[in-house]
Design a protein around this ligand. Structure first.
Ligand SMILES: NC(=O)c1ccc[n+]([C@@H]2O[C@H](COP(=O)([O-])OP(=O)(O)OC[C@H]3O[C@@H](n4cnc5c(N)ncnc54)[C@H](OP(=O)(O)O)[C@@H]3O)[C@@H](O)[C@H]2O)c1
Length: 322
């Protein structure tokens, strides 16, 4: 089989489509013949040598894929060869075939084609686990989504609105109209406006889904409502910052930080089950849609990384296997 390899960490040209050993299923695994994968911000870090795959994961990038089941392991009985599926991966999606624990596979949601389904597993599992399990977001609450134009953001806006939350989002102005269409009631240009002042005017955020990290910690706490929950899932603005516990304490606020990729397979399987039960019906009903910026052939993964690095995309950039 072929996969995108990284012979030497570096820029987008470090990604090389090359022949590699074939993926074989372990006893509890399924091999997927990949039709598409999607670019995640983490793949850029992996390419640069800053985000090694967890132990046991394939060395190739790709945290999600869609395709057709090509083989099943000896202990797998609930999936059959030939079924179209998508999957949450610890890595290895940028390839013609990938082996994945059976618990991390999802059926295609009704109405979503096999290519577009590659846009869903990582964002659905990340957003579901953080907004519902960690932050306990409820109807009527105010949700601030930083980076609303990201893959994560476009899903979080739709999901927050579907839960009955009022969604506020930050993004560059070119993306504002699309974010409103997705369900954001208020959109803030973080390059020229003070999001803290804007959010405070709306009464403060009950939940913040943050991808900036260090650079926003103090301002995020300032934007929280009483009892607010800040969930940091990205560190695009650095990993270190001073936390004013007095400000947090006065608001009875909470700060969480989580990462999906490093979780054990059993925890990922539990999240995947919940996503199948509680999120897939919203996708099947058309309430939440995969937001695809563009599709490129897998062999052009370097070009796809350039696009995501520029942040000019909105939603997901897909990589397709012919
Ligand atoms: N912890 C986890 O389990 C987990 C899982 C998946 C993803 N993530 C993280 O979630 C983030 C999004 O991932 P992705 O793959 O969806 O990213 P993406 O599509 O590459 O989007 C990144 C976005 O960040 C926005 N951005 C940059 N600086 C910003 C700022 N100061 N304020 C607001 N927005 C800003 C850019 O939007 P503009 O064009 O508007 O600037 C861009 O759209 C990444 O940091 C990723 O590492 C974490």
């Amino acid at each position: 089989m072929h996969a995108i390899t990284i012979p030497e960490p570096g820029g987008p040209d470090a990604l090389v489509w090359a022949e590699v050993p074939d993926a074989e299923p372990g006893p509890g695994e399924v091999v997927i013949s990949v039709r598409a994968s999607a670019v995640n911000r983490a793949d850029l870090l992996q390419r640069q040598g800053h985000y090694p795959p967890p132990p046991g994961a394939p060395p190739y990038p790709g945290l999600e894929c869609s395709g057709v089941i090509a083989a099943t392991g000896s202990e797998v009985s609930d999936w059959q060869v030939g079924q179209e599926v998508c999957a949450l991966l610890p890595g290895g999606g940028y390839a013609e075939r990938v082996a994945v624990p059976a618990g991390q596979i999802l059926p295609l949601p009704a109405g979503v084609d096999v290519i577009d389904a590659a846009a869903l597993p990582e964002v659905a599992c990340t957003v579901w686990s953080n907004l519902v399990r960690v932050a306990g977001l409820g109807a009527g609450e105010k949700l601030l989504v930083h980076g609303g134009g990201s893959g994560i953001g476009t899903f979080a806006i739709q999901f927050g609105a579907a839960l009955g939350a009022t969604v506020i989002s930050t993004a560059r102005p070119a993306k504002h109209d699309r974010l409103r269409e997705l369900g954001a009631s208020h959109v803030i240009d973080y390059t020229s406006e003070d999001f803290v002042a804007e959010v405070k005017q709306l009464g403060g955020a009950d939940v913040i889904l943050d991808i900036v990290g260090g650079a926003y910690l103090g301002r995020n706490v300032a934007a929280l409502a009483t009892g607010g929950r800040l969930v940091v899932i990205g560190l695009q603005g650095g990993r270190k910052a001073e936390l004013d516990l007095g400000a947090l304490l006065t608001k009875r606020g909470s700060v969480f930080a989580t990462a999906l990729r490093a979780r054990p397979a059993t925890e990922k399987a539990a999240i995947v089950r919940e996503v199948r039960d509680d999120v897939w019906p919203l996708v099947a009903a058309g309430t939440i849609r995969p937001i695809i910026d563009r599709r490129l052939p897998m062999s052009q993964a370097g070009q796809a990384h350039r696009i995501v690095e520029s942040s000019d995309h909105l939603g997901k950039v897909l990589l397709t296997v012919p």
